[in-house]
Design a protein around this ligand. Structure first.
Ligand SMILES: [Zn+2]
Length: 268
């Protein structure tokens, strides 16, 4: 516990939390305040975003403690270090924010795969840390995805203070039965498909889907609703998390069961 009392100045920080090579500080963009508020709301915790120091490392991931990671938070320095590819990806950023709010570098199932499951990534070490999921009850039926009700809602959000503008797509899936359901989702039997999105606009479209990293994602209590939020930054290119201005048909899916598509006018 001694280390908890160290005041982390520059010299002390480099001992406690040596930065990855090529790490550079960056100022958190205004959207991080919105993502912080979302993480506070789901976790039921509150904290000071301004006390966090942010660093980025070029690329998709980097090595820390012999493992490839997309980011981490260090409790003593209160630093978040992210791979460059993740700094505009809300679920990745909110994962690290959740560590800050919980004041823990562990991954309690009740938060990462429970209260905040709709908003944060959890795979690899997160799932291992959360511990093996157990069926909460014996009484359930295995059903195909078309037994569930899937809906999605897209929204052009108000501009952030730096002019960035985002589109949010919230996908909800509801078990309308008074009985627990385990979904027989398509895809790889070990990592089947869960939430997905598709956007078709004036210059083409983008689509993507997530895979189940934890079986709890496929299990629904009677009348349970699960959600996932996809976000897209309005930019000059169409890529995984970027869309260009224009009129879009936009919709979400769960286990490849598609919701009715919305149309959305996306303006910069
Ligand atoms: Zn983590």
């Amino acid at each position: 516990m001694w280390v908890a009392f160290i005041v982390c100045g520059l010299a002390a920080c480099s001992l406690i939390d040596p930065l990855p090579q090529e790490a550079e500080p960056f100022a958190p963009p205004p959207v991080y305040a919105r993502w912080w508020a979302m993480t506070e709301a789901c976790s039921g915790r509150s904290g000071n975003l301004g006390a966090v120091d942010w660093y980025r490392v070029p690329g998709w991931d980097f090595i820390r403690g012999g493992q490839s990671v997309g980011g981490y938070w260090n409790r003593y320095s209160n630093r978040i270090v992210l791979a460059e590819a993740g700094i505009e990806h809300g679920p990745t950023v909110r994962h690290e924010m959740l560590h800050v709010l919980l004041r823990s570098d562990g991954h309690p199932r009740s938060q990462f795969l429970g209260a905040c499951a709709a908003l944060v990534t959890c795979h690899g070490v997160c799932v291992r840390d959360a511990g093996l999921w157990q069926l909460p009850q014996e009484d359930y039926v295995v059903l195909p995805p078309d037994s569930l009700d899937v809906a999605s809602r897209s929204e052009l959000l108000a501009p952030e203070s730096d002019g960035q503008r985002w589109v949010a797509l919230e996908v909800t899936v509801w078990n309308s039965r008074g009985r627990a359901v385990l979904v027989a989702a398509p895809g790889d039997p070990v990592t089947p498909s869960t939430f997905g999105y598709k956007l078709a606009g004036p210059f083409g479209g983008i689509s993507g889907e997530q895979i189940a990293t934890d079986s709890s994602t496929l299990f629904f209590q009677p009348f349970e609703t699960k959600r996932w939020v996809f976000e897209f930054l309005i930019a000059s290119d169409l890529s995984e998390h970027h869309i260009t201005p224009g009129d879009y048909a936009i919709g979400g899916a769960y286990a490849r069961r598609w919701a009715v598509f919305d149309t959305l006018a996306v303006s910069p």
